[in-house]
Write a protein that binds this ligand. Structure first.
Ligand code: GAF
Length: 386
């Protein structure tokens, strides 16, 4: 039994005074490339990471669901018959939103008994590594198996997204939940967000002597407000102005025509998404044909596109990327929704300590908060642990 499982069982017993019936877990994710393409029906290439959220679950005799966690002192409870999208807020919107979304997606919850849930996590919150999807997917898999609902993983990913869109209120796409549920060790999930076809592709980082460094800027972001929704709205407006159902239908060759039809800002938003989709395809092909050491320029170009065209970077992310590149990273880019969160750098193993130190020094010189710098490995997706 791993420490995380023993700890989840212990914390559940402390909270609820009995042993849990089971423990499930789901990982956070790093997106290797393909940013803000998921809600445009495009391509993404994320992987599940070795940072996980655990959910310990115990049965109840009534129809109440209680949730507690190590990141908040409060225990929230709601009756299954009273669960609506407006009935919950704060961190509990993630787990209880999933309970609502299961029912909304066709699960017959009229006869299930309530549960107690205790949630623990080592996915950093606000770092752009999708701690939210990790909670949603761990809870979705736990309840699906415990209640015998029989949903498959792609449907559970949609259920997690529905909770996030309708209960948390963030208009996000399907990428994070797909990575958390479908990820495999040492591989990334190439996902077509229109067909939802997936291909799990070995990354080969370890064999190539490469490490993936995460630089958490500690600039926190939230996707329920502000820039994320504005970017999504620009993409939808751009697609409509071009007569396309989604930006997935727009090709790099169409961009000259798009420039004449769109205002400058909308054009740049569209150009990011269209070129990013192509970069995902190029990354997958390059990885397969030449190995991970050859994908660096695509990662670098992705960052420039997010910085200049999509305008979702912040000075801390740019500094992290530039410092990693200047000190020998193979490629670097911000990852996730932007406006804060983390950058990633693909780095030769021997250079990890050097680049980590240089980034910390550069942040200090600029008067920025000290970043968190650590390596991650591609790990298995959501699972039952005990
Ligand atoms: C966030 C969202 F949750 C994802 O759906 C995706 O849009 C990402 O930002 C940007 O690529 O993580």
């Amino acid at each position: 039994m791993t420490d995380a499982v023993a700890s989840a069982q212990h914390l559940f017993a402390e909270q609820y005074g009995r042993r849990p019936a089971g423990v499930w877990s789901a990982p956070g994710r790093v997106n290797l490339i393909g940013e803000h393409t998921d809600y445009n029906d495009g391509f993404v290439f994320p992987f599940a990471i070795d940072r996980r959220t655990t959910v310990a679950l115990g049965d109840r005799d009534d129809r109440v669901v209680r949730v507690s966690s190590t990141f908040s002192p409060e225990t929230i409870e709601v009756h299954l018959d009273a669960l609506t999208p407006d009935a919950v807020s704060g961190w509990a919107a993630y787990p209880l939103g999933v309970v609502w979304a299961l029912g909304e997606s066709g699960a017959d919850l009229a006869h299930v008994r309530g549960v107690d849930l205790h949630i623990d996590s080592d996915v950093p919150v606000g770092a752009g590594l999708s701690s939210s999807a990790a909670i949603e997917c761990a809870v979705a898999l736990a309840l699906d198996e415990h209640w015998g609902l029989g949903f498959d993983r792609p449907t559970l990913a949609k259920i997690g997204r529905l909770a996030e869109n309708r209960v948390v209120g963030a208009p996000t796409g399907i990428m994070d939940q797909s990575a958390s549920l479908l990820g495999e060790a040492d591989a990334a999930v190439f996902l077509d967000c229109r067909s939802l076809d997936t291909d799990v592709i070995p990354l080969g980082f370890t064999e190539a002597g490469l490490s993936l460094l995460v630089i958490d800027t500690r600039v926190s972001h939230a996707h329920a407000t502000g820039g994320y929704a504005a970017r999504r709205a620009s993409c939808e407006a751009g697609a409509a102005a071009l007569g396309a159902e989604s930006l997935r239908e727009v090709r790099v060759d169409d961009l000259d025509r798009a420039r004449d039809l769109l205002d400058d800002e909308t054009f740049r938003r569209v150009r990011h998404v269209v070129t990013e989709n192509q970069r995902v395809l190029d990354t997958v092909r390059t990885l397969r044909e030449q190995g991970p050491g050859a994908i660096g320029p695509l990662l670098d170009a992705s960052h420039v596109s997010m910085r200049d065209d999509f305008e979702i970077s912040v000075p801390e992310l740019d500094l992290a990327v530039e410092t990693a590149q200047a000190n020998g990273a193979i490629g670097a880019r911000m990852t996730g929704g932007g406006f804060g969160g983390a950058a990633i750098a693909l780095v030769i193993d021997d250079l990890v300590p050097v680049i980590a130190r240089k980034v910390v020094e550069a942040f200090a010189e600029h008067g920025f908060r000290e970043p968190g710098v650590f390596t991650v490995h591609a790990a298995e997706g959501a699972r039952r642990d005990a």
